[in-house]
Design a protein around this ligand. Structure first.
Ligand SMILES: [Zn+2]
Length: 72
């Protein structure tokens, strides 16, 4: 792999990560967990916020999201 190819890969990875962070919102970018679910607005239990820093979805929405991703 040349340096150019490696640089292109790094850029691609960075952009994918930046997009992911954008989708998760600014709270996730700061490493802070959201108090309310970004999907349905329900409270996210404190224990879940603590266990998963940067979490933005409640358990139900996260499960639904993972199901959708698996189907893709
Ligand atoms: Zn939710």
């Amino acid at each position: 792999m040349t340096d150019d190819e490696r640089a292109a890969l790094e850029t691609e990875r960075f952009q994918a990560l930046a997009l992911l962070h954008h989708q998760q919102g600014h709270a996730a970018m700061a490493g802070e967990s959201a108090e309310f679910c970004g999907q349905c607005g329900n409270d996210i239990p404190a224990a879940r916020r603590k266990a998963l820093p940067g979490v933005t979805l409640c358990i139900g929405c996260k499960a639904a999201e993972e199901l959708l991703e698996r189907r893709r």
